[in-house]
Design a protein around this ligand. Structure first.
Ligand code: SPV
Ligand code: MG
Length: 431
């Protein structure tokens, strides 16, 4: 019998999958690979069903001879192991980012004379409904909330991008690129106080109230499934912070980051150019403890942000605070800097990791933007936040368009750099 291989990366089996198996059967023995969690995540398919459940699901399909684990998106290892005569896949991999996978399989099979069979992708009303339901499930609080913790175990570094609206949420949700045979996408979203405020034309001084900040979260949540990290500023009064934690947790937010400042908070990127007061270790620990005490699930994270380097209080102070905040119950430490070079951040990470191997470290490389994700991960960083780049890229583009329309007294001159009308009206999918 010839060997036919296909790989499934799905939480649910529908008629499209059955169709693939039935077609595959016509060519020989059907071996199905189940993609592991680490690869599912890279594949824009965060799993809801556990790996064991997915294996069982596939084993139960009539016509499947063998089930194996596929450990990487690219097929090099699995093809080397199985040497199938045919690889069967829905023809949706002929275009878009999935094409890089098809190219990979094609070149591997060519080496020994195997071939690809593209099966017309089943996309009828029934399949569409199942896809939509699965997506909606992932946006529910109980799934979304725990996703950040799950991700920190699954990926080398959680790539997080700033969002402040439904539209920017969609960019975070859907942007996927292929680079050197690897697919890459953002893992999580950051609701920045700076960008949330800026987009309302307000300064970043805790002026935009929580009700309004929650409204932004809601706009983002309506159209996305990825986990959310909320910039909670100082967290405010302890008596207020406990309510914020409850609300965020109920909404399905995964983490709040609070910074150890007090009084009128100014944006950290001002550093010591403006007056800013760091909170006492004791008081900030009280705030962390109070937040941890009211939270109802194991999923939600309270991450303590240390401003010692921003306020030039030295490395020892930063480390002392990190120890105290972890002791108080913080689920993660964010360390911030506004230096151009990442040296002090890396020094902190190395020293902290020597004494604490577990607590997740978060960094925001806005100033020290030369550092790569790989380097950060090598120094023990678990979450990287690109905290303001979407807002900073949109503003100059919009301002230039406004200027050019004023200059030319018409819009023709700007049109070539705008998104075509046809694209903008179809950008948002209707239910
Ligand atoms: C934000 O994005 O609002 C932040 C990060 O708090 S920073 O602006 O660098 O302080
Ligand atoms: Mg902020």
């Amino acid at each position: 019998m010839k060997k036919v291989y296909t790989c499934f990366c799905t939480d649910v089996i529908h008629e499209g999958h059955i169709n693939i198996i039935n077609k595959a059967k016509e060519y020989g023995d059907v071996i199905v690979g189940v993609l592991n969690d680490e690869s599912m995540v890279q594949f824009d398919k965060f799993p809801i069903a556990s790996f064991e459940e997915r294996i069982k699901m596939v084993k139960d399909i009539d016509g499947v001879s063998e089930v194996v684990v596929q450990e990487e998106i690219m097929y090099d290892k699995i093809i080397d192991k199985i040497r199938p005569d045919y690889v069967v896949h829905g023809d949706n991999w002929k275009n878009g980012p999935l094409k890089s996978i098809r190219d990979n399989v094609e070149s591997l099979l060519k080496k020994y004379g195997g071939s690809i069979i593209d099966i017309p992708y089943t996309y009828n009303e029934n399949v569409k409904r199942i896809d939509t339901r699965m997506k909606e499930l992932k946006s529910m609080p109980e799934y979304r909330r725990k996703r950040l913790k799950q991700l920190t175990d699954l990926v080398p570094i959680v790539k997080t991008i700033e969002v402040h609206s439904g539209l920017t949420g969609l960019i975070a949700e859907k942007t996927i690129v292929e680079n050197n045979g690897q697919l890459s996408q953002f893992d999580a979203m950051w609701i920045s106080s700076l960008c949330d405020s800026t987009n309302k034309g307000k300064p970043d001084i805790e002026l935009v109230d929580m009700t309004s900040r929650f409204r932004t979260i809601d706009d983002v949540m309506e159209v996305t499934t990825k986990p959310i990290i909320f910039d909670g500023d100082t967290g405010g009064l302890i008596e207020h912070f406990v309510y914020t934690v409850r609300t965020l947790e109920r909404m399905g937010v995964s983490a709040v980051i609070i910074e150890d400042k007090t009084g009128l908070k100014k944006n950290s990127l001002f550093g010591t150019e403006v007056e800013q007061t760091q909170d006492s270790i004791e008081h900030f620990c009280e705030k962390i403890k109070a937040g941890k005490q009211v939270q109802l699930t194991e999923d939600f994270m309270i991450i303590a942000r240390i401003e010692s380097l921003i306020l030039e209080q030295g490395m020892d102070d930063a480390l002392k605070r990190a120890r105290a905040y972890v002791e108080a119950g913080a689920d993660g430490i964010m360390i911030h800097s506004r230096k151009k070079e990442p040296d002090e951040i890396l020094e902190f990470c190395d020293l902290f990791r020597k004494e604490n191997t577990k607590t997740p470290i978060v960094v925001v490389p806005s100033s020290f933007n030369v550092i790569t994700e790989k380097e950060l991960s090598e120094h023990g960083v678990n979450i990287v936040i690109y905290a303001n780049q979407l807002t900073r890229s949109a503003f100059p583009a919009m301002e230039q368009t406004a200027k050019d329309i004023l200059l030319h007294h018409r819009a023709k001159e700007v049109d070539s750099r705008l998104m075509p009308i046809k694209n903008i009206i179809s950008l948002i999918e209707e239910l």
